[in-house]
Design a protein around this ligand. Structure first.
Ligand code: HEM
Length: 512
């Protein structure tokens, strides 16, 4: 920041288009050359020329605008100190309830130890410095994630961490030694997901290797050919190749049993010939491997398909940004060796069902954290927006909305932590068997809560909640995209029903 100081009297003399200064938060800005480039127009700036425009500015802009245009700042008002808190890359938010309880002093939580806290700090920094800027840019231009960011994540073990705890992490120092591979548990996994989602771009959140998160787990658990498994793992976790999950079809979404992609064995039994189509395949546009659900002679099987000339991917336009690389995939007689089969032939449901748990749980981590970001946005806005002569937060109806939003955030996070604790105590096989129902309930409850929060948030922000730039842009983004969490990985009602059906199986046979 410029170190010069000016008196308020001197600033007041720069009050016309030839020399247009103003004060924002005790800092002096020279807007003379900026007036014609100002997205809000020249007139409003001419109206505040030479004055203290702090209230007017914060009524209409995000703090990050000042960070972006910091070169316009020429000094401070003499004898005065800026009051606005500018957060550093590892800092926690100072807004009440903007961070989960375990990060808010003086509260304690039995679930987290020092390694979780170390990881949270480095993940916050990594997201702020590397993920957020790229996410915001890609969300705008719609291009795919850069190889540079993928390489950075690979070098820090971040791609591997996103698959959850397991042998693939053993012997590794993760995020520059913040956590050891052996000690990585589902709470570390949650921290990674919840910090990365702070890049506040739902399309990019999926564009950032979500396909890998939900498909490489299946390769690790179910690919029988050890050499092939090691090769695919190495290629993907080093960022050289990309992989995605290809289950849903135009013919069948959550109803996996209805899929029509076929895999027929060649007469010599050495290959499958795979034909069919897949729809809504996240990351499909840029992927080299597809973990694909197929109908085989006596049932359903999952096969890893490497991209070749018989695999065709085309873009699908969705309500989030094209950076997610959502695709329609066609397999036209693709020939794949039989050792690319995951799990047992005709028993692919076990592969898909066990894999779903981590995917759905991961989505819960993300959407629950995003709900908190939106609540933070609303708290900040309600606190600084002046209407009818008072702050929005001085209206009881707004406080009622905030109370509901905060309660949804806190209850969902507590529910998530309880389930995560159970996952930490169970084996992978036990999680597959016992946690499908509870995770289904959590996801359906979380996305219903997201629905309520999105609705209240837009009402609090008014027109800005419908605008893709400016103060309400995260609210607009969340309201436009929270449904992805309600649909992807199993629709809300299907998951709620799964939870009840699993519970029904445990009901005693006798009348009670
Ligand atoms: C350093 C000084 C300023 C900078 C760098 C700046 C920059 C911007 C930018 C980037 C936008 C686009 C929306 C956004 O991203 O938030 C904007 C919009 C706007 N600005 Fe400024 N601005 C400044 C000062 C002011 C002041 C002092 C006023 C009012 C008196 C003002 C009034 C507006 C208005 C009315 C809009 C349109 C807001 C909307 O659509 O909700 N700006 N400004």
């Amino acid at each position: 920041m410029a170190s010069k100081t000016f008196s308020r009297k001197e600033v007041s003399t720069h009050n016309n288009v030839d020399s247009l200064w103003c004060i924002i938060d005790h800092k002096v800005y020279d807007l003379t050359d900026f007036v014609d480039a100002h997205p809000g127009g020249n007139v409003v700036l001419e109206q505040i020329a030479g004055t203290d425009a702090t209230d007017a500015f914060y009524n209409l802009h995000r703090q990050e605008v000042l960070a972006k245009y910091r070169d316009l700042c020429i000094g401070t008002v003499e004898g005065e100190t800026p009051e606005v808190i500018e957060l550093g890359p590892t800092d926690l938010s100072t807004v009440p309830y903007a961070e989960p309880l375990w990060l808010r002093p003086p509260y304690k939580s039995p679930y987290y130890n020092d390694s979780h806290r170390r990881l949270q700090k480095v993940m916050r920094e990594f997201t702020n410095l590397h993920v957020y800027p790229e996410a915001q840019q890609k969300e705008q231009d719609g291009t795919y994630i850069s190889q540079e960011l993928i390489d950075k994540m690979a070098a820090n073990g971040l791609l591997a961490m996103r698959l959850g705890p397991g042998a693939h992490l053993h012997g590794k120092e993760l995020m520059g030694g913040a956590v050891k591979g052996e000690e990585f548990d589902y709470f570390h996994d949650m921290i990674v997901a919840q910090e990365m989602v702070r890049s506040k771009a739902r399309g990019f959140q999926d564009g950032n290797m979500a396909g890998m998160v939900i498909s490489l787990t299946a390769v690790q658990s179910w690919l029988g050919d050890k050499a092939l498994k090691a090769k695919v793992n190495e290629e993907v976790l080093s960022g050289k190749k990309k992989i995605c999950l290809a289950i849903t079809e135009a013919f069948a979404g959550s109803d996996v049993a209805g899929i029509r992609t076929t895999a027929t064995k060649t007469p010599d039994g050495k290959h499958y010939i795979i034909s069919g189509t897949k729809k809504w395949i996240t990351n499909g546009m840029f992927c080299d491997y597809f973990v694909t659900g197929c109908r085989t002679e006596k049932g359903f099987s999952v096969i890893l398909i490497p991209r070749d000339d018989n695999v065709e991917t085309t873009k699908i336009k969705t309500s989030y940004s094209p950076t997610a690389a959502t695709s329609f995939v066609q397999f036209d007689k693709v020939k794949v060796p039989v050792n690319y089969l995951l799990g047992e032939e005709h028993k692919g449901f076990a592969v898909i069902m066990s894999n779903f748990n981590h995917e759905r749980w991961n989505m819960c981590c993300a959407v629950i954290r995003s709900m908190r970001t939106i609540t933070e946005e609303c708290f900040k806005w309600a606190n600084q927006r002046i209407l009818f002569g008072k702050r929005l937060i001085d209206q009881p109806v707004i406080r009622q909305k905030l109370a509901r939003m905060i309660s949804y955030c806190e209850s969902n996070q507590a529910y998530l932590e309880a389930i995560t604790h159970e996952m930490n105590s169970l084996t992978y096989a036990e999680i597959s068997k016992k946690m499908g129902g509870p995770i289904g309930f959590l996801k359906s409850f979380a996305t219903r809560s997201a629905h309520e929060i999105a609705d209240d948030a837009v009402n609090i922000f008014g027109g800005r909640g419908l605008t893709q730039t400016g103060m309400g842009r995260y609210v607009e983004m969340f309201h436009r995209t929270y449904k992805f969490d309600a649909i992807l990985g199993g629709a809300e009602e299907v998951l709620a029903d799964l939870g009840v059906r699993q519970a029904m199986k445990q009901m005693p046979k006798s009348m009670l």
